[in-house]
Design a protein. Structure first.
Lengths: 251, 176
């Protein structure tokens, strides 16, 4: 179990480092600057926490906790930034949709924040009086918000028949998997208390591992233009549309 | 109990994301097959169905219970039209995406406009359908989706424009 915990702590961050190198080499940081900042912050946070736990432990437990909670807060903010970046790239970049979808997404985000705040207060044994509880509230709220926002994004894309490019889809999918598992485990942690901490931690770390692997897979997927066969609109179709237009012009 | 609800929500959201992500990749397709799926729509007939004056005329001429029945039939027919327009728009999005890859910048730009309008029409369609159903329940409210007909007309014009650019010898310019 100890090996598994260390593996799930170190391996995703090692892969994240590898992803960052390729990300920077391909110049994708220009397209997704907030995602790039998120990856760098995650790596810095990991290095700081790992160093504290290996070098300063056990005298620095409080320092570790505070850095962990502070890191979680910053990560949550950066994740919301990435969600905004994804919404911008996947939906709002279509000029005709921006005007209608922007307020819808804004109201959706506001509703999700309210829901997250309300739900956090409803969970048993949670208050902001202690560091661990601050962590629980942050963990649960940001996961609920992100999962809700990503489901909304995917739903809009499906309903509107928008085909997405490979890389942003991969980022959204990775975050989606991680946020949904985090939401479920954060809720379980609130229910079962500290006895369940290790199991929920392992599950969340495994979800993050899957998330990083998904990003890597999508980073290396070939990004070619979709292949179409056939001629498209033929003469008979054009004549039909022509008649439609003539009728319209005559009106 | 509340945490378990959120566990369930988490897994449902995960299942939804995995299901929805399948349809998002730009995969291409057979344009001939797509074109054959386009269904004609009589925009005039649709306008007539949602025309407030027509509705007022029927209200004055028919007994109340008969008017409600006719009104319901008319609104359900309008819903069918909107669905059909939304499906055509989905097909035109794919056709437009294919045309956007054309090396001619004029064709690519025309295709871009077509895709934009088709997307807008789908968005409007999903706003219009609940309005039409609400119109069945509350016949006196003014919730008719006139913008659907307008957007469909613009989209039709852009398809013809795109056709003219791709097949200039087919004599379409007189229509414009």
């Amino acid at each position: 179990m100890l090996f598994l915990r260390y593996y799930l702590w170190i391996a995703p961050h090692a892969l994240l480092g590898f992803l960052l190198i390729w990300f920077l080499r391909r110049g994708l940081y220009r397209q997704s600057p907030i995602f790039c900042a998120f990856v760098i912050f995650e790596l810095v946070k990991f290095l700081a926490l790992f160093t504290i736990s290996r070098v300063l432990s056990p005298s620095a437990t409080d320092v570790y906790r505070w850095i962990f909670v502070f890191g979680l807060g910053v990560s949550a903010l950066l994740t919301l930034g990435v969600a905004y970046e994804l919404a911008n790239e996947l939906l709002l970049s279509h000029s005709s949709l921006a005007g209608v979808l922007r307020p819808l997404l804004r109201w959706g985000a506001a509703a999700l924040i309210l829901l997250a705040a309300f739900s956090s207060a409803m969970l048993p044994g949670v208050s902001v009086a202690r560091v661990a509880n601050v962590f629980q509230v942050l963990d649960f709220s940001s996961s609920l918000f992100l999962a809700g926002l990503l489901v909304t994004l995917f739903l809009f894309g499906k309903v509107l028949h928008i085909s997405w490019r490979s890389w942003p889809t991969g980022v959204a999918l990775g975050f989606g998997i991680s946020a949904c598992i985090d939401l479920a485990t954060a809720a379980l942690r609130a229910e079962f208390g500290s006895s369940d901490f290790i199991a929920s931690d392992v599950t969340q770390m495994a979800a993050f591992h899957v998330c990083v692997v998904v990003w890597l897979v999508y980073l290396f997927l070939p990004e070619g233009a979709p292949k179409f066969v056939g001629r498209g609109l033929e003469k008979s179709d054009l004549e039909f549309w022509d008649q439609e237009l003539q009728r319209m012009v005559r009106r | 109990m509340i945490p378990l609800i959120f566990v369930l929500i988490g897994f449902l959201a995960l299942a939804s994301i995995l299901y929805l992500v399948k349809g998002h990749h730009a995969t291409g397709g057979n344009l001939d097959e797509l074109t054959s799926q386009l269904r004609p729509i009589d925009v005039d007939a649709f306008r007539n169905l949602i025309d407030a004056r027509e509705e007022e005329f029927l209200r004055q001429r028919l007994p109340a219970h008969e008017f409600r029945s006719v009104h319901r039939e008319r609104m359900l027919a309008a819903v069918e039209y909107v669905w059909c327009a939304a499906q055509n728009a989905a097909i035109l999005i794919r056709l437009g995406e294919a045309a956007k890859q054309d090396s001619d910048p004029a064709i690519s730009a025309a295709a871009g406009k077509l895709v934009d309008n088709a997307l807008r029409l789908r968005l409007y369609a999903f706003q219009a359908i609940p309005r039409l159903y609400l119109g069945i329940l509350l016949p006196h409210t003014s919730l008719r989706p006139y913008f659907i007909a307008e957007t469909y007309d613009i989209m039709t014009r852009q398809v013809v424009m795109l056709g003219c650019l791709r097949y200039p010898t087919r004599g379409m310019s007189s229509a414009l």
